[in-house]
Design a protein around this ligand. Sequence first.
Ligand code: SAH
Length: 351
Amino acid sequence: MQTEKKDIRALTKEQLRDFFVAQGDKAFRGNQVYEWLWNKGAHSFADMTNVAKATRQLLEDNFVINHIRVDQMQRSSDGTVKNAVRLHDGLVVESVLIPTETRTTACVSSQVGCSLDCNFCATARLKRMRNLNPDEIYDQVVAIDNESRLYHDRPLSNIVFMGMGEPLMNYNNVIKAIDKITSPEGLGMSPKRITVSTSGVPKMIKKLADDEVKFKLAVSLHSAIDEVRSHIMPFSENFPLKDLRESLEYWYSKTKSRITYEYVVWKDINDRKEDIDALVKFCKYVPCKVNLIEYNPIDDGEFQQADTEAINNYIKALERNDIVVKVRHSRGKDIDAACGQLANKNEAAPQ
Ligand code: SAH
């Protein structure tokens, strides 16, 4: 029986070197092939022109090179670009390029679909099909870096893990992808320019702290009252705010890195004075800033953006307490590329 060939890009450089040694070849051959795979972006073994034919055949017999393919690119009137990214097994995820005057940010996916059940998010309606591999995450970033160079004449400057999926539910692969993105052998980006956003999985936040990661952390809070939060994000019933708070205190004690809370204010859900008071109190536990995100409706009557007065009340209360708050307006709404809108709406027929 023919066993399925392994994705060669799942191997570390060390493992590739070991493979060649086990074949009676030189370890150096592993470096050469690794460079083709990661620096020169080879899509086939035949591309590896300085590798002997017999060696290429050996690779062909043992491995495949899986690559993502950008199937469809949609451009918003505000310059935002959404990529529909086809994976080697035909599944599709989305990633977004968000340009501003001075920066280009890539918003990337970490899972196909999402296992969480946030009631206001379109991705939550897609079943979680699988985790993305490190190379599939890395490739999304490379694709956006190329688009940034092409359309904006500058490299990518920032990355946010705010696309499809919950990054901390695909912990190892996300960490491996970030290692590659930040390594001089990959894109050499500073981890300070990378933000991982989580809906708040306390155990994994502690693990991040223990692993002494250097990137930034954002938490989708949306309410600092347990009953309200578990109404809008039902999974959070298993992760009470007390545990979340404790994990964030631990994160800060280890990393000294300020946390960003993402927060949407909805009408009749979290626009009362007690909601504001609870957030202000929660913000005092750990150094943080608050991003008030504009709500992007996902055809559901239950959730409606709160009125301006409620949002202003939030801003006033936070500022009065010396908490940094910014209002984030959505980008790419016309192409369903804004926060919470990634749902493969335009997915081409499966291949
Ligand atoms: N699972 C991770 C990352 C993906 S969501 C997380 O929850 O943080 C990225 C951000 O978009 C989160 O802050 C999420 O709460 C927010 N979001 C989801 N749906 C939204 C919507 N319809 N309008 C505005 N923001 C939304």
